[in-house]
Ligand binder design. Structure first.
Ligand code: PLP
Length: 487
């Protein structure tokens, strides 16, 4: 049901109100403001909204019904016709902001630049049922009943603090719980005041790019690396300087050669995205030393460090930072679910106010109820339990994937178990094109992401990125069998 229709009637006009009403509704239909099939409000409601009599509205409706603009269904109201009368095709539409030619010419330079960012960096709805989409958690194992219970309890008893306009830095109990978790689990050096709850890590990356850098500044990005980080920098007018990664992650030596003057380095030291290596302590120290020498910033994107299966987890880079040049970001997209759109950033105390102001201007604050649910999820120990359970499950799923690839595709690919995360890289033997293979796989219903899609300048070894966390072992085996057909 269309809740209300904005109609403008001119009581001083000599055109009768019924005719004006007819014209207004007809124009709303023709301009698309009232879509085909939309249910229009009852005559009683429209009469009250427009301050006219019910007879006036009924008269206008009768005419629109008889001319085919509206359709009446006995007992179930009045609807905009699906098929408009043929002669309407000749009616000139009112010029409106949605006309593409006008709209494009009116955009600001920033608007044109943002609109030109490749579609792969813009959000889209991601189908979850197709193995091997990367970066998705196990939706089938998410504790929905528990989540619903916490949500229902909160809705019934939540203080108005949860429902009112909130603190742009985030709900205080959640900020406290995140700080406690990060100190204990990740060795992050922070107080709750330094934690800002964001709309996923993407908002944290966007804020960091816009608030720390000026348009035209240079920033190091990992090559291959995360498209979301590059997109946020580009949207802020920042020049991304691709820095190759090796077995220790981003090469600081290469970065210094290419752009020693860069103002920021964007890194995934716990688990390089997409290749999966961990940055060793010596590399972390030299990255921090570079930042210190050049008064540059480091953005540490710690997006999935909860899932480590082997090897020693290293303390977050932020915890080693003696001068406060690291902005730490994390997300609940991987441990909980991505549509929750909750993540966090830890910023030096002196920057908290600036980041919080900018955040408030973008979208005021994160949603109160969801924050309160996550706060309880953490405080009651469900978060830690869920991470432990998922770690075991993902290790099993990864094992099933490695085994299936070994059985079906041993001659064509090379792979070794990933130490952490939710994706596995299958390296192609020989000189096959990973992009071509990924297109072929899509045709048999399997999603594999080419490593080359994440590269800027380097030509990485051809490989396919396979997300395994969200798929049952049966789905994994079936998808590998399908994959084997195309090799
Ligand atoms: C490297 C990296 N950082 C961050 C994220 C999470 O983004 P968000 O928290 O905005 O969902 C992802 C998700 O795929 C990622 O791969």
């Amino acid at each position: 049901m269309v809740p209300f229709i904005a109609l403008q009637l001119d009581r001083r006009s000599r055109v009768p109100l019924q005719r004006q009403l007819y014209d207004e509704i007809r124009t709303a239909i023709l301009s698309g403001r009232l879509a085909p099939g939309a249910r229009v409000p009852a005559t009683r409601v429209l009469a009250s909204d427009t301050g006219t009599s019910r007879n006036t509205v009924s008269g206008a409706f009768d005419q629109l019904l008889s001319e085919g603009y509206l359709e009446g269904k006995v007992g179930s109201g009045t609807y905009v016709a699906h098929m408009l009368p043929e002669d309407l095709l000749r009616v000139t539409r009112q010029p409106g902001p949605s006309r593409p030619v006008v709209a494009r010419a009116c955009l600001s330079r920033r608007g044109r630049m943002l609109g030109g960012i490749p579609a792969s960096l813009r959000s889209r709805e991601i189908a979850t049922e197709q193995a091997f989409r990367t970066g998705l958690p196990a939706f089938d194992e998410f504790p929905r009943v528990l989540w619903a219970r916490l949500g229902a309890r909160l809705l019934r008893h939540a203080p108005s603090a949860v429902l009112t306009y909130g603190d742009p830095a985030g709900y205080r109990p959640l900020r406290r719980a995140i700080a406690e978790y990060l100190r204990a689990a990740r060795g992050v050096n922070c107080s709750a005041e330094q934690v800002i709850v964001t709309a996923g890590s993407q908002q944290a990356l966007d804020l960091a790019a816009r608030l720390l850098l000026d348009p035209g500044d240079a920033a190091w990005v990992e090559d291959p690396g995360y498209l979301g980080a590059r997109g946020a920098l580009r949207a802020a007018g920042v020049r991304s300087i691709p820095v190759p990664v090796d077995s220790g992650g981003l090469s600081v030596v290469e970065g210094e050669k290419r752009a020693p003057e860069a103002r920021l380095a964007c890194v995934t030291p716990s688990h390089q995205y997409p290749l999966g290596m961990t940055m060793p302590l010596s590399r972390r120290t030299s990255l921090l030393a570079w930042a210190r020498r050049h008064r540059a910033w480091i953005v540490e994107d710690d997006y999935d460090s909860e899932f480590r299966y082997s090897g020693r987890p290293l303390q977050a880079l932020q915890g080693l930072d003696p001068i406060g040049c690291v902005i730490y970001t994390g997300t609940f997209s991987k441990v909980l679910f991505p549509s929750l759109r909750l993540g966090y950033m830890v910023v030096p105390e002196s920057l908290v106010d600036t980041f919080v102001s900018a955040r408030a201007l973008a979208d005021r604050h994160p949603p109160g109820l969801e924050q309160a649910i996550v706060a309880e999820f953490l405080a009651e120990g469900h978060f830690a339990r869920h991470v432990r359970r998922m770690r075991t499950l993902y290790a099993e799923r990864q094992e099933a994937l490695v085994a299936a690839l070994g059985r079906e595709l041993a001659g064509a690919i090379e792979t070794s178990p990933a130490e952490a995360g939710m994706n596995l890289t299958a390296w192609l033997r020989g000189n096959a094109s990973d992009l071509e293979l990924s297109n072929k796989a899509a045709r048999v219903g399997v999603v594999v992401t080419p490593v080359s899609a994440y590269a800027l300048e380097v030509k990485p070894r051809p490989g396919l990125l396979l997300g395994y966390a969200a798929f049952s072992t049966r789905q994994i085996r079936e998808a590998v069998r399908k994959l084997a057909q195309i090799f």
